[in-house]
Write a protein that binds this ligand. Structure first.
Ligand SMILES: Nc1ncnc2c1ncn2[C@@H]1O[C@H](COP(=O)(O)OP(=O)(O)O)[C@@H](O)[C@H]1O
Ligand SMILES: [Mg+2]
Length: 297
């Protein structure tokens, strides 16, 4: 096919020999199948910031490392230079996450290069060498669902051990190969320790996995892996070998019982006071409140 303009620099640099076909054009990027020597790879072309959607939201950017303090100041001020740096940091975040995760043993596409807003990576294939389907495109047996779910929980733990939360994990961002699931689409990956929203994003990622695989093995919907792994992470004891159960007794809930009881007691006292006030208002002038009956004194 005719080379898309954005991929031309990669051809000029000899990174890509030929663009074969478009694979998918999503909300964030267009993905092409390209030939590099004898290998097929994927080229992910990021859309311009103004064509991209919600995921640049501040909640994803928090805690993200910027190259130097001048860049950080410019980004904070939102100057023209700053906007460009925000844009670069955003596009590089996926590349950085892929390198980091691949070397930690997480199953993600192997990144090869990043040039002028185009990421060149391993093409994840099905048994025929075509692009692998997304989880959303397949139907699973209950046992397969349990196995893949357990594997992905383990992958989420590995990611957390390297300090990252995917932030947009769902059945649309996991590809299924003959040797198991592969996680893709990480430009919004967040810093687990530096971002205040990391836990809620982790909970959403883990919840998406439970509800997707729960379609085939309903008991998975009851699991609570996010809180369990986060409690180890916060205590600094999470490791790839940590054994998780999916069951989590929330200590907050026990504490909450106490606070609910206190609130009930406070409301009861308020009501008593109100009743007493009303009794005083109703009393004829000059006469104060009735003394309590002897059995209450
Ligand atoms: N490395 C890859 N190998 C095979 N298919 C891929 C690869 N990367 C992306 N795709 C396909 O392209 C689609 C869009 O890529 P993705 O990274 O999820 O970007 P978007 O932000 O547009 O969702 C994916 O749903 C998947 O079908
Ligand atoms: Mg996607």
């Amino acid at each position: 096919m005719k080379t898309p303009k954005r991929i031309e620099p990669l051809i000029e640099d000899g990174l890509v020999d030929e663009v074969l076909r478009p694979l998918m054009s999503g909300k964030e990027a267009a993905v092409y199948v390209v030939r590099c020597g004898k290998e097929l790879r994927c080229a992910k072309v990021y859309k311009e910031a103004n064509k991209r959607s919600f995921r640049q939201a501040a909640e994803y950017q928090e805690g993200r490392k910027v190259r130097n303090s001048r860049d950080a100041r410019a980004m904070a001020k939102g100057s023209k230079f700053g906007r460009k740096e925000t844009e670069d940091a955003w596009q590089n975040a996926e590349v950085a996450a892929l390198f980091r995760l691949a070397s930690a043993g997480v199953r993600v596409p192997k990144p090869f290069d990043f040039l002028e807003g185009v990421l060149l990576m391993e093409m994840i294939c099905d048994e025929y060498g075509d692009a692998a389907p997304r989880l959303n495109d397949v139907t699973l047996e209950p046992d397969q669902a349990r196995e893949y779910h357990a594997f992905l929980i383990q992958q989420i733990v590995l990611m957390l051990c390297t300090g990252l939360v995917h932030g947009d994990l769902s059945e649309f961002n996991v590809l299924l190969t003959p040797t198991g699931p592969v996680i893709i689409d990480l430009p919004q990956a967040v810093d687990a320790a530096g971002n205040n929203h990391a836990f809620s994003m982790l909970e959403r990622d883990v919840g998406n996995m439970a509800s997707y695989f729960g379609r085939f093995a309903p008991e998975l919907k009851q699991t609570r892996y996010a809180r369990e792994m986060w409690s180890y992470f916060e205590a600094g004891t999470l490791s790839p070998a940590t054994v998780l159960t999916g069951v989590f007794a929330d200590p907050d809930e026990i504490a909450d019982v106490g606070s609910v009881l206190r609130e009930i007691e406070a409301a009861r006292l308020d009501e008593d006071r109100r009743q007493a006030g009303r009794a005083a208002d109703d009393a004829p002038p000059g006469k104060t409140e009735e003394p309590p009956p002897p059995w209450m004194q």
